[in-house]
Design a protein around this ligand. Sequence first.
Ligand code: F6P
Length: 757
Amino acid sequence: MRMAFRFILPLLLVLGGTAWVAAPLVGDLIERWFRADVEMRSQLVFHSVQDTVAGLAADTADRKAGRRIAELFQRIALDERVLAIGLCGADGQLRQRSPAWPKAMACPPFPTAGQSFTVERLDGGPVLSATFPVAADRPQLGSLVILHDLRFIERRSSSAEIYLAAALAVLALAAAVVTVLVARFTLRGWVKAVRRGLASQPGDGAVSPEVAPLVREMRKMIRELEAPRALTEAIRIDWSPDSLKSLLRDELPGAEVLVVSNREPYIHNHDGDTVTVQRPASGLVTALEPVMRACGGTWIAHGSGSADQLTVDANDRLMVPPDRPAYTLRRVWLSEEDQDGYYYGFANEGMWPLCHIAFIRPTFRASDWDRYVAVNRTFAEAVVAEARTPDPVILVQDYHFALLPRMIRERLPEATVITFWHIPWPNPEVFSICPWKEEILDGLLGSSILGFHTQFHCLNFLESVDRFLECHIDREHSVVRASAGTTLVRPYPISIEWPPAALAGQPPVEECRARVRERFGLAPDLHLAVGVERFDYTKGIADRFRAVASLLESHPEWIGRMALLQVAAPTRGRLAAYRDTQAEAQAVADEVNARFGRDGWAPIILVPRHHEPDEVFTLFRAADLCLVSSLHDGMNLVAKEFVAARDDGDGVLVLSTFAGASRELLEALIVNPYDIRGMGEAIQAGLSMPAEQRRERMKLMREMVGEHNIHYWAGRMLLDAARMRKRRQIEREIVAVAAAPARPAEDRTTKGKRGKT
Ligand code: F6P
């Protein structure tokens, strides 16, 4: 519309001005043409009657002659254009006239030059008097005067002016419409050419010469945009809350940050008459909480604590952390039915076993799916309600919200949605059993960025999209282009805060060792292995106990000299698979303890309760070895926390090859959790590893986690988001430039530069 006005308005102005100037000129020209015509006609009339009139006028005594002149005049005056005709004497007196001769009209002077034409304005309008000597050689005969009514010329000339103006107006309109259409098609082609040019390799000749200068300029700008990535990847940055804050300030100025997860970072529970705050056993919370403390913003999550409703304001919000408020927690309330269908049902009986290879059959119920859809919609409403700007950065977390990105995109099309999938993504064969696979893929593709822990999971996702959806996958750039938008699919291995907050109040390692051994009634010199998890079947807890049995079987010298302290937070207890997991682990622990235990010593100490981060860190510091033997795990942050807890530089990590962390913590003792004997041997190797080797390995792992900490994780995603937002801005500018009236290329490129800042 704006483009149409840009073309039509100037055209109308120009053509209107032309009409205004040209119309009087045309009118004047037409008048002159007609007047020449009338003069010629007068001459014609005069020549045809000259002889007759001369003969009659000479015979002044004959009264008959006078009558014949009058009759002749009457006949001539019948002509439509001739107003009247008269005969003037040599004395200038009117001697004969036709009846319509105007009373006010006197005889014009005798035409000494052979003829004369004058225009007089009488009451009725302009009148041309054409005067001829009756006989050139006898001036005494007087002159013949033919009067012409010129009003018709005026009428015609003003009609001509009107026609001209109308014709120009129609022409202007037609020209404007044609111009707009041609411009549209041309500019569309031009935008395509720019896009094609940008997609081609520099110097391969694919850029059309028309757009080459602009493409060159845009490439330069895009190279400039790549600079921050080059910086983070080429230079070792110490990622900290401050670097994350400055990244937000410099690269995403003014951006509002919203996080959405099922699990909330602080849970308020009734404990008798008091209310206690719990930090949930959740890798997701461990990772994201420090990010939110650094960035501020709003975290939207399910309010699951028994005292949660008591601690929020009228808008279901509260500031957290309780001791040092830094961001807003917005709680969303779910009914029992919602939780059964969405959380326990579809998320944890469907998606969780589908994505983890733990050989637990997923269960898909249509009623659970309906709840899952409804709860995703509830969270979408909450996001829209919390967003204060049209283009917030929204960090959607995990398999509870596969549909949320698309729902947000529909409501906040300008938002940057970064979705992180905290668990593995299965291969397409496994994924294909999900009855709502297309909906899940489509929902996730509402994201601007979709992150997984590993490249392997990204590839599984892309394969699934390829298999089940109609869209274009750009494998080189790991981008999925669907009709509804573009999604960048990248690995962002999650991590933890460095140094972790829980480390701050820890006593020295020696003291932790003594405290823990005392608390559990263990000998001061006992070699201690620890395991810390949620009681989940993916964690391989029972197999770990079997591995301890295998160790004691193969290396009986450890009997009475080592123990595995396993703390496991009960989780998802409403589900049979979880109750069975706990029961199985307890049974195996009892069996191993019954088989090898003696004199107050048991090889396995199983503590099935939640531990707060401080307690967990004390356990890590007290241990000689940490055992992380997940059957399958997206990342597993316990492994990284153990490394972070060991600021003394000692300790051995035994890590499952099926945990994402094994891709980064290469100095751990990597095990196959299904190979019980192999795991037993790894524990043996860890417990008997020389101190120097332990320290060397721990040093390298600490460098890795310290460098690739949670701020690095968030920073990389936010940098990608910033780059994406800038690219979108550039694309908008291309379209805006294309839609603007043609200007010199120089001018266009200057505008592009300005827009980038
Ligand atoms: O691994 C994915 C994850 O979301 C973890 O971040 C977290 O440990 C767990 O699953 C969630 O557990 P819960 O169901 O108790 O929130």
